[in-house]
Design a protein around this ligand. Structure first.
Ligand SMILES: [Zn+2]
Length: 262
């Protein structure tokens, strides 16, 4: 009986080119000094990140992968929302979503009633014309007004239909994602943390053994929120916390209203 364990399968399917070694941060970082790609190599059992120095002379030295990974953790922590705060924000957004759905439903009901009223008026108008209570010119003019009114109502109904894709969803999803950062840090899976980091920003640079990231606008909102929250002054004013997350919520809501596809 032939039995192939996972390790053997991996050996057989593993690419033979050494350049395809599956380093964690392959292709992610650039050198903060010269802009070249940062590569990883193994020396004496440790992985090191270094500048490929392909373009110009560069004075950057090696950085240990462990050190960069620790910095990735700290970077993720900056854009992670505390569960208690994230849950309050999601609850608020869900309430707003329910209220918006109710008011939208009321508006749709009203428009449908208006449409039915227009039809009734059109019938009435036709009766009046047939019984010759009104002349042809008056009939045509009033009928024209009714037709326009109906088209206007139908347009509004269609607009509601296309807006049905909830504008609260992206904001809720984002808050939950920012909350999920804490789980990733607790689980410690390096690939998952790297992928999370990628989503939060751009311009990933390493220089002087230090990692720098430019957060995307919405993630920067969370980073700003966290940096204010952890300042000693803010800690003294914990009763202001409620006000602060509402402020963050308002910024997040505005951002996703303006960038629904972000
Ligand atoms: Zn360099």
């Amino acid at each position: 009986m032939s039995y192939i364990n996972e390790f053997e399968v991996e050996l057989r399917t593993k690419p033979k080119t050494p350049s395809l070694k599956p380093y964690l941060y392959r292709g992610l970082f650039h050198c903060g000094e010269c802009g070249c790609l940062i590569t990883t190599e193994t020396q004496k059992g440790h992985n090191y990140l270094r500048c490929t120095k392909r373009v110009t002379a560069c004075t950057q030295k090696y950085a240990r992968e462990e050190s960069i990974t620790a910095q990735v953790d700290r970077t993720i922590a900056k854009v992670t929302l505390e569960a208690a705060i994230a849950d309050q924000m999601v609850a608020e957004l869900e309430q707003e979503r329910t209220a918006a759905a109710a008011s939208q439903q009321a508006a749709v009901t009203k428009l449908k009633a208006d449409l039915a009223a227009c039809d009734k008026q059109a019938d009435l108008l036709l009766d009046m014309r047939l019984s010759e209570q009104i002349g042809e010119t008056e009939y045509v003019s009033k009928k024209h007004t009714l037709v326009n009114r109906k088209a206007e109502i139908r347009g509004k109904l269609e607009a509601f239909e296309t807006n049905r894709l909830n504008r609260f969803e992206p904001a809720i999803r984002f808050v939950l994602e920012a909350k999920h950062g804490a789980n990733l840090l607790a689980e410690g899976n390096p690939e998952h943390k790297r992928d999370f980091l990628k989503k939060t920003g751009s311009n990933f640079f390493v220089a002087g053994q230090a990692l720098t990231v430019t957060f995307l606008t919405h993630w920067q909102l969370v980073a700003d929120f966290n940096s204010v929250l952890t300042s000693p002054l803010a800690r003294q004013r914990e009763n202001c916390e409620n006000q602060k997350w509402r402020c963050l919520l308002s910024k997040v809501r505005t951002f996703f209203a303006e960038n629904p596809a972000a």
